[in-house]
Design a protein around this ligand. Structure first.
Ligand code: FAD
Length: 232
């Protein structure tokens, strides 16, 4: 496979950097090709100064995405989302004419399952300070699977990419050597199944599940309004 590994942590000696190194080693051993965008190391400029500007640094990132069939997006969970430098990468790189803006011959907008990046896969690798229970379905921090919805559904799936279930290290601030070994081994195992892992079964916008106002048909997930209604 051809993997673009996006990495957003400022410290080369961090837990995240050590996991990234393990991940890239695993990809090499599995015979996959990869390129990396280490955003802090690249001094990536996250600020949008002009909407949808195809600056050379943006085009270089778009070329990496076009080359790749899989994106791995790695970041520490900061304020229940991604670090600003990574958000700025998506804001500047996934612009109309590259990430979205495609229509079919009938003028129908192609997004959520269809789109410019359809056929590619994307997987989040993240670390969280919170423990797994506190980021679970009834945890005080909110369900991490749902906290990641804007990236997994609103960005990956919106542009056509299949979102693989995320790889998460919980209680990351208390990681000891044994926990690191377990996390690294879990990551290697997930990377070994990159090609075969079933994506999150999000519904396609144009697959018949939504009405003309883009509202889920009433008989599907009847009576529910949580974000999981958008999964089959
Ligand atoms: P590091 O600080 O680098 O390391 C964490 C631990 O792992 C340390 O104990 C270190 O000794 C150990 N370690 C590092 N490398 C290795 C190695 N190679 N082998 C063994 N052990 C190692 N958490 C939430 O849950 N929700 C939030 O909303 C949230 N918001 C945050 C906002 C900010 C601005 C910050 C700074 C933190 C936030 N956190 C939050 C916590 C954050 O998610 C964690 O601090 C982060 O995920 C830990 O990853 P790291 O790479 O920075 O870890």
């Amino acid at each position: 496979m051809k993997v673009l590994w996006l990495f957003a942590h400022p410290e080369p000696a961090s837990l995240n950097a050590a996991l990234r190194d393990e991940g890239l080693r695993a990809l090499r051993e599995l015979g996959h090709e990869y390129v990396q965008s280490d955003l802090y190391e690249m001094k990536w400029d996250p600020i949008v100064r002009e909407i949808a500007s195809f600056d050379p640094d943006v085009v270089a990132e778009q070329e990496k995405i076009s080359w790749a069939d899989t994106l791995v997006v790695q970041f520490p969970l900061w304020w229940y989302g991604m670090p600003a430098i990574l958000k700025g990468w998506f804001d500047r790189v996934f612009v109309k004419g590259f990430g979205y803006g495609l229509k079919d011959e009938n003028g129908r907008v192609l997004r959520y399952g269809e789109g410019m990046l359809a056929g590619k896969r994307a997987m989040i690798v993240t670390t969280a300070g919170g423990r797994a229970s506190s980021l679970g379905p009834r945890g005080v921090n909110g369900n991490l699977e749902q906290l990641l919805f804007p990236l997994q559904h609103g960005t990956f799936w919106y542009t056509g990419m299949a979102a693989l279930p995320p790889f998460v290290v919980y209680s990351a601030d208390r990681t000891d050597a044994a926990e690191f070994t377990a996390a690294a081994s879990g990551l290697r195992e997930r990377l070994a199944r990159l090609e075969t892992t079933e994506p999150i079964p999000y519904r396609a916008q144009n697959g018949g599940d939504y009405d003309s106002d883009l509202v889920l048909l009433p008989h599907l997930a009847a009576g529910r309004t949580d974000l999981d209604v958008h999964q089959r």
